[in-house]
Write a protein that binds this ligand. Structure first.
Ligand code: PLP
Length: 408
């Protein structure tokens, strides 16, 4: 197989001028992978700075309610800055230090990756610039505030639609101009090779931990593992613990938005709505029109609202190793409501997508089986979106239509 490809997908479509930078990145990453002391240093850093290993919680009340498999929740929400994103940015921080670079840049849509990167830069003493669509800067004031307090320069991008894809273009432009001093911190398992491999390698800490944890608490492997899929990094993180165990079914859950036939979703694979394309430096299935123009996507969860998907996940889906599904905004609110009330846990809107699918299927399995939901992040950041959605007439209509008694 060609280097940097997963089946047909992936590759590194980058301007010639960046080839030397990519060569250096490949070399430093390969050396880090060969060096057991590097992984040890990473695990120690995550233990002292980010609460690793994160716990595996048995959701006893939810398990009883659905009356099937025992439901376990992997608590990535307990990471520093509130999500699995810490695993990736701290790992890349260690790589940057090895490369001898002093400056990092990143793009961010909702701002979560920007906050995580700015946090890492503060800890490592790097200069930091975050590109963000001007629209998104307006919508995400609290995250912009924290990025700036953490010492990052936040650059609002006013070109194009003033959202994530324009910020990505601008970040690449900066990198080309400053490649000797600067590392581009990719936020997920997407982008040109070797980024998908780098991000997946750091995120595999989730899967390595949880495999041991479920064996210790349940005595055998889980029947199924559920994770939401935006770019695919939390999913790849937990899936890697079980890839070789073919009896463990791996289930990815995309943003079904207002429904797969509404045109307002971000389901690339489950919706059979995307087509192969090359954009943002890599080849995958993109939500695009017949002319290759990227479509507008929608999700109640900003972190899942993305046109592309990891080339690694696209390959695993094509091979039949990962099953892809989608959850709608309304289903997500229902799962969130249940999880909060029954377990006292507030999942991020993104993570709640994985809960939806697990809840749909838990009752199909016998009580002797276990399933694991990857809770990628905590929902505190979503307070206004969640409050607004629960007040929306369409939510009340959804609950009425389901005939569910609802106290709120
Ligand atoms: C960013 C984010 C996601 C989506 O990213 P992946 O790369 O698909 O994991 C999911 N959950 C949370 C909480 C996030 O912050």
């Amino acid at each position: 197989m060609k280097q940097g490809y997963y089946g047909d997908w992936g590759g590194a479509f980058v301007p010639e001028i960046l080839h030397e930078t990519f060569r250096q990145l490949n070399e430093v990453f390969a050396a880090a992978k060969r060096d057991p002391a590097f992984w040890r240093e990473y695990v120690e850093l995550m233990g002292s700075y980010s609460c690793r290993p994160t716990p595996l919680t048995c959701a006893e009340n939810l398990s009883r309610r659905f009356g099937g498999a025992r439901i376990y929740i992997k608590r990535e929400d307990l990471n520093h800055t509130g999500a699995h994103k810490a695993n990736n940015v701290m790992g890349q921080g260690l790589l940057v230090r090895r490369m001898g670079k002093k400056r990092v840049i990143a793009e961010t849509g909702a701002g979560q990756h920007g906050v995580a990167t700015a946090t890492m830069a503060a800890k490592f003493g790097f200069e930091c610039t975050i590109y963000m669509g001007a629209e998104d800067v307006q919508r995400q004031r609290p995250n912009v505030f924290w990025m700036e307090k953490l010492g990052a320069r936040v650059v609002p991008v006013t070109s194009g639609s003033q959202t994530l894809k324009d910020a990505i273009n601008e970040a690449f432009r900066d990198w080309v101009a400053n490649m000797d001093s600067t590392h581009y911190v990719m936020g997920t398992v997407c982008g040109p090779h070797p980024f998908p491999e780098i991000v997946a390698w750091f995120q595999k800490i989730i899967g390595e931990e949880v495999r041991g944890q479920i064996l210790a608490s349940h005595g055998k492997l889980p029947a199924r593992v559920y994770a939401c899929v935006g770019g695919g990094s939390n999913a790849m993180g937990i899936f890697q613990g079980f890839l070789a165990d073919t009896q463990v079914e791996l289930v990815g859950v995309e943003a079904g938005g207002k429904g797969l036939t509404s045109g307002q979703h971000a389901s690339r694979l489950a919706g059979h709505d995307a087509s192969p394309g090359v954009a943002q430096g890599y080849k995958t299935m993109f939500l695009q029109d017949d002319d290759g123009q990227m479509r507008d996507t929608h999700s109640v969860a900003a972190g899942l609202d993305y046109i592309g998907v990891s080339p690694i996940i696209t390959d695993l889906w094509q091979q039949g190793r990962v099953r892809m599904t989608a959850a709608t905004d309304a289903e997500v609110m229902e799962a969130l409501d249940l999880t909060i009330r029954q377990e006292g846990i507030i999942p991020a809107l993104e993570s709640a997508h994985a809960f939806v699918q697990a809840f749909k299927e838990a009752g199909e399995l016998p009580e002797s089986e276990a399933i694991i939901i990857n809770q990628s992040g905590r929902g505190d950041k979503d307070i206004f979106t969640i409050a607004h959605a629960f007040n929306d007439p369409s939510w009340k209509e959804f609950i009425r239509a389901k005939g569910r008694e609802y106290a709120a």
